[in-house]
Design a protein around this ligand. Structure first.
Ligand code: C2E
Ligand code: CA
Ligand code: CA
Length: 693
């Protein structure tokens, strides 16, 4: 569209004349016949020039222009006044005062006005073009700025002296400064205000720019307001033109959040979430460090293993929430008797470890251990319930019991195990005997594993006699281990090991299989003959114990009527309801149940009433005292009477003499077993006792 010229004249003919005059120019024209009309046109349009008649009725040309000048965009619009004649000087004065650029007298010469307007057109076009160019540049600049301000990364421009020359919005926000306050500041204030000039000059940051290099750092800090640090990751790039360093750009991010998460992860990985104590990982890390340190300095050092006694029972009976609460309270108590410098860790479950350094006197450790036992023995209040637990503590010290983390830990663990064996609620220092015992324990369990595989285990049979007619009632099967080097190993030596290493189940199954087949072979239709098999407490703990037995008997076609199982009282007490359920299943198919070693455990006959059982075996320790200890004799009497009243038959074991047998017969004891009749013997010898062979 062509640029426009505004013609203002109260006489239409003049306007028309002017339009004709300007006809050949590349413009279009607007016209107005009054000042008011001109103003309203000027409000809507931009003009190359305004050709203004001065003398008009109402508003004259000067006043009109004065008002047009107030319209935005018209401050500089060229105005040429057209006048008929008259007071020229006065007009010129007033005309220039409102910004006229020229005066022309009527009649207008076409050549003059056209050339003047032509010049104005080219000026106008030129101005338009440069305005457009400027607008484009400004737009581009705005876009760049927006982009810079839009990014969450802080961006800072620096001059050759590391003075800030530019900062985007994010940079201001991250550094908590206004743009005004940042510009012109040395960037050192943000990197590290504490550095002195020399340190600053030698810093990596300055050196990188000096060498015109780029650098990245993701584990450092920037400063806000010269007082608080925050973690950042930044990139610095030099601006180099013609091999000359012109300044630098730093782009950075606040990584507080990431650091926080990283810390949380470290926390999760190294600290116990329940108690806040360090966990196993941190325990090992720490112990490895301090043992290495102690090796250099010869400082002493102690590791204490603490295991809570009866924690499991509380956890099982009061629930996990109570268990958790107890652990938290126990932790507080441990802290109360230990020093801050001692590292307390929760290794898992109810097991804690303490690393104690810089002991002035190694004997102090016993005092500390006793203090721990005492505070743990105090009542715990768990959701209004008063509960009691104890602590068993094992202690190992550097360098006597070990020079490295692994050995020390093993030693403390072993000592703790011994404390538990010695009635709990005590502490034990590690000693080398323990080591030997552990060692042999390990050897035995390894050997035993092989022995089970190779079937080096064999049942021996000891006859059980009915006292009233002295006839055979059956046998107890007792395991024997034919060791290649050691010969016959008795069960007292390896059954405890087997129970601990989990091998007892294999032994139990093997015995049931071998003795059961033997019974099948021996007894044929002799229905009241049985073979008694010993069952370890551990076996009974399996939920499918009874099913396992029934399956095995079924698979091997062994008659359940030939099988008697000997259980100890303590095995029954572990989970009475489940045991009762399993015993019923066994008895339903004809298996009989005997309580072994009666008198040595809980010995509560009234309690035993709840269990589906058939026999009591009086422990040999009582039988041995017959004729020696009136007290034990009285106990035997009581046991027999009460058992009978409950409908149970009584077997006396360990019967070695005729006197013992006579005594038992007088008390109406039902069966006897012992060396008086025979030691446990291999099946070939046992066979001699069978009546029909
Ligand atoms: P227990 O069940 O009380 O077995 C009786 C133990 O007393 C047997 O020792 C037997 O040889 C011994 N004995 C029998 N009569 C007399 C006697 O008149 N005088 C003396 N002094 N001792 C007598 P053994 O065979 O060494 O077994 C020891 C323990 O090992 C058993 O005690 C039992 O608890 C366990 N045991 C043996 N075999 C097995 C088995 O196959 N499985 C399991 N779980 N435990 C077994
Ligand atoms: Ca037994
Ligand atoms: Ca026994």
């Amino acid at each position: 569209m062509n640029p426009k010229v505004l013609i203002v004249d109260d006489i239409n003919d003049n306007i028309f004349l002017m339009e004709i005059t300007l006809e050949d120019l590349p413009i279009s024209t607007d016209s107005a016949t009054s000042g008011e009309e001109a103003i309203s046109l000027a409000q809507k349009n931009e003009y190359v020039a305004i050709l203004m008649d001065i003398n008009m009725p109402g508003m004259d040309g000067f006043e009109c222009i004065r008002r047009i000048r107030e319209i935005p965009g018209h401050q500089l619009t060229p105005v040429i006044f057209i006048t008929a004649a008259g007071n020229m000087d006065d007009y010129v004065e007033r005309g220039y005062a409102v910004g006229a650029i020229d005066y022309l007298n009527k009649p207008i010469e076409e050549r003059v006005i056209c050339s003047k307007v032509s010049i104005l057109i080219s000026l106008f076009t030129e101005r338009k073009n440069s305005e457009e160019a400027l607008r484009k540049v400004q737009q581009l600049q705005r876009q760049h700025e927006q982009l810079l301000n839009f990014t969450a990364d802080g961006i800072v421009g620096l001059d050759t002296e590391n003075i800030v020359t530019f900062a985007n919005t994010a940079a201001c926000t991250l550094l908590t400064a206004t743009l005004k306050s940042i510009i012109g500041q040395p960037f050192k204030n943000f990197i590290d205000p504490l550095l002195d000039e020399q340190q600053w000059e030698q810093s990596d940051f300055v050196q990188t720019f000096k060498e015109g290099q780029c650098n990245q750092s993701d584990n450092t800090f920037f400063w806000r307001n010269q007082q608080a640090k925050f973690p950042v990751q930044y990139t610095q790039s030099s601006i180099v033109e013609d091999d000359i360093f012109q300044g630098g750009v730093v782009i950075f991010q606040d990584i507080s959040e990431r650091k926080e998460i990283e810390n949380q992860l470290v926390n999760l990985a190294k600290f116990d979430q329940l108690t806040g104590l360090s966990n196993r990982t941190l325990y090992w890390e720490f112990l490895e460090k301090v043992t290495a340190y102690s090796k250099r300095t010869n400082d002493n050092l102690c590791v204490m293993f603490i295991d809570l006694d009866h924690f499991k029972e509380i956890n099982d009976s009061l629930g996990h929430d109570a268990g958790d609460l107890l652990l938290v309270q126990a932790t507080e108590r441990l802290k109360s008797v230990l020093r801050n410098a001692d590292l307390i860790s929760r290794l898992g479950g109810d097991e804690f470890a303490v690393v104690i350094q810089q002991l002035t006197n190694i004997n102090d450790i016993a005092t500390v251990a006793q203090k721990i036992i005492d505070v743990i023995a105090e009542p715990f209040f768990l959701f209004d319930k008063e509960s009691y637990i104890g602590a068993s503590i094992g202690i190992a010290s550097f360098p006597e019991h070990g020079m490295d983390a692994t050995t020390l830990t093993k030693a403390a663990d072993t000592a703790m195990y011994h404390a538990k064996q010695h009635g709990r609620n005590t502490y034990k220092f590690f000693d080398n005997d323990m080591h030997m015992r552990i060692q042999s324990h390990l050897e035995v369990s390894n050997d035993l594993r092989i022995a089970i595989k190779q079937q080096d285990l064999e049942p021996y049979y000891q006859p059980i006699i009915k006292i009233s007619d002295q006839k055979l009632n059956g046998f107890e099967a007792l395991v024997r281990w034919n060791h290649k080097e050691k010969g016959l190993v008795s069960p007292g030596l390896f059954i405890p090991v087997a129970e601990e290493s989990g091998l007892i189940e294999d032994i139990g199954n093997l015995m049931l299989l071998l003795a059961g087949k033997q019974a099948n072979d021996w007894f044929c239709n002799e229905t009241d003959m049985t073979i008694a098999i010993n069952v370890a407490a551990k076996q009974l703990k399996q939920k499918d114990f009874s099913q396992q037995i029934l399956r095995l008997l079924d698979n091997q076609h062994i008659s359940p009527h030939y099988i008697k199982l000997e259980l100890t009282e303590s095995a029954l007490m572990d989970d009475p309801n489940d045991v009762i359920r399993q015993l019923h299943e066994l008895r339903d198919v004809g298996i009989t149940i005997a309580i072994d070693d009666f008198g040595t455990g809980y010995s509560s006959l009234s309690y035993l009433k709840k269990f589906p059982i058939d026999f009591l075996k009086i422990d040999q320790s009582f039988v041995r005292e017959i004729g020696e200890d009136k007290n034990d004799e009285a106990i035997i009497n009581a046991i027999i009477q009460m058992a009978h009243s409950l409908g149970l038959k009584v077997i006396a074991e360990g019967v070695e003499t005729k006197e013992q047998l006579g005594f038992l017969k007088n008390l109406d004891c039902d069966y006897a077993q012992g060396y008086l009749f025979s030691k446990p013997v291999p099946w070939r010898e046992a066979e001699q006792f069978l009546p029909m062979r």
